[in-house]
Design a protein around this ligand. Structure first.
Ligand code: FES
Ligand SMILES: [Fe+2]
Length: 433
């Protein structure tokens, strides 16, 4: 049965309202089609503009099957260039990040500038006059757009407008950015937790059902630790945010975006968070600057929310707790996850230090949160390969979903509304002509 469905390429048949076929997590051909139909056609998160602040700064990244160099050019624009020499195809940049005004290909020495223009051809006299260097710059990703510093890319010239694609999730980006009193974030390309797990890319994140089980041991430890107010990870033990009796909600948005919405659950803790912050000079200044920037009511909300939108933007970005997470599919059974801690601009060092320590405590390589997630994703992948009874159930809470004013579908925190939103978008993109 599995083979029949997978080989018929009727991808619509693999996604039902309350279940999906496990072939979508394990099948090699489906993975290749995902690259073409999802990663090469929809919007992908590329980087945060603060990662390449100065002329010549660059960073390498992967978008679908394309290796990319993100640069800051001489006009201050961010360029996303395909890392493939226009002579015979070698990658022209191997360093992961740095500053360079030129990229010289190692194979035969052709040279490109930070705009991607071909500015040097070795032995150029051997080419006739028909050869036009202007036609042989590094290929640019056709669509690049950004929202509040988050830079997105699409290989599809006809892709919809980015703001339409992000829709109601824009205000969740604001939660992260407006945690800075100056409305600016600092993401450092070299400060990253890099994880590879032997599981499918669609496993990662936005599941409000698992924390009580996968993460119970780390929650128990956290409840005995010193106060970490000021960081979103610290907010985990404010009360149980993953109890269905709490005011936390799961949300599914158009185009496969999803979120675990803790705003209502965190809002009553604003006064306590402010009181804790006022115990230090940096904290007092932070509270004052937030009130000046946002007004008292909204500043209180923002402080209670800790800059944590807990948002998944389909297919490759998540804004979770104090970090930006990028999901990079390698193969059906292997995924890389990059987690960049987010620093707030315009705040005292101790505010960012606390956020970073809390991030490390849950997500760092020696922590107990992310390693547990990677382990369960690997166990899941091993189970999914055994597809004698191949349907994966995602029906939890289907009968208690509600349509919200912002267009999202909302339900209790443990409901699989998030996964259903992602899978329906997967189906839309995989069956689109
Ligand atoms: S492949 Fe780059 S110069 Fe020849
Ligand atoms: Fe987890």
């Amino acid at each position: 049965m599995t083979t029949l469905i997978a080989t018929s390429r009727d991808y619509g048949a693999l996604i039902k309202e309350d279940r999906v076929h496990s072939a979508i997590f394990t099948d090699e051909q489906i993975f290749q089609d995902e690259m073409e139909r999802i990663f090469h056609r929809t919007w992908l998160f590329a980087l945060h503009e603060s990662e390449v602040p100065k002329h010549g700064d660059f960073k390498r990244l992967q978008l679908g099957r394309f290796p990319i160099i993100a640069t800051r050019d001489g006009d201050g624009q961010i360029q996303l260039l395909i890392n493939r020499c226009r002579h015979r195809g070698a990658q022209v940049c191997e360093a992961m990040r740095g500053n360079a005004k030129r990229f010289q290909c190692w194979y035969h020495g052709w040279t490109y500038d930070s705009k991607g223009d071909l500015v040097g051809v070795t032995g150029a006299e051997a080419y006739d006059q028909k050869f036009d260097p202007e036609q042989h710059g590094l290929t640019r990703v056709p669509r690049v757009d950004s929202y509040r510093g988050f830079v997105f890319a699409s290989f599809d010239e006809q892709a919809m407008d980015l703001r339409q694609y992000l829709g109601a999730t824009l205000k969740y980006f604001d939660i992260m950015v407006d945690a800075s009193p100056t409305g600016e974030l600092q993401v450092k390309p070299g400060v990253v937790n890099r994880t590879r797990y032997r599981g499918n890319w669609k496993q990662v994140g936005m599941d409000g059902y698992h924390p009580h089980y996968v993460h119970m041991s780390v929650f128990k430890i956290f409840s005995k630790r010193e106060n970490t107010t000021g960081s979103a990870v610290g907010a985990l033990h404010l009360e149980d945010p993953f109890a269905d009796s709490s005011s936390s909600r799961t949300r599914g948005f158009e185009y496969g975006h999803a979120c675990l919405d803790f705003r209502a659950q965190r809002r009553p803790h604003a006064e306590q968070s402010i009181e804790d912050l006022r115990a230090s000079d940096d904290g007092r200044r932070y509270v004052e600057d937030m009130i000046t920037a946002h007004g008292e009511e909204h500043a209180k909300e923002l402080i209670a929310w800790h800059g944590d939108p807990h948002l998944g933007v389909f297919p490759n970005l998540q804004l979770i707790h104090d970090h930006v997470r990028v999901v990079v599919p390698i193969s059906p059974g292997e995924t890389e996850v990059l987690m960049y801690p987010v620093f707030l601009k315009g705040v005292g060092d101790s505010i960012n230090e606390k956020r970073l320590r809390a991030h490390e405590a849950f997500y760092g390589p020696a922590a107990a949160g992310s390693p547990d997630d990677a382990e369960i994703f690997e166990r899941t992948q091993r189970g999914l390969i055994a597809d004698a009874d191949p349907w994966v159930l995602l029906g939890r809470g289907l009968g208690r979903e509600e349509q919200d004013e912002d267009g999202s579908v909302a339900a209790c925190i443990s409901d699989e509304t998030t996964q259903r939103a992602q899978m329906q978008e997967w189906k839309r993109l995989m069956t689109r002509r």
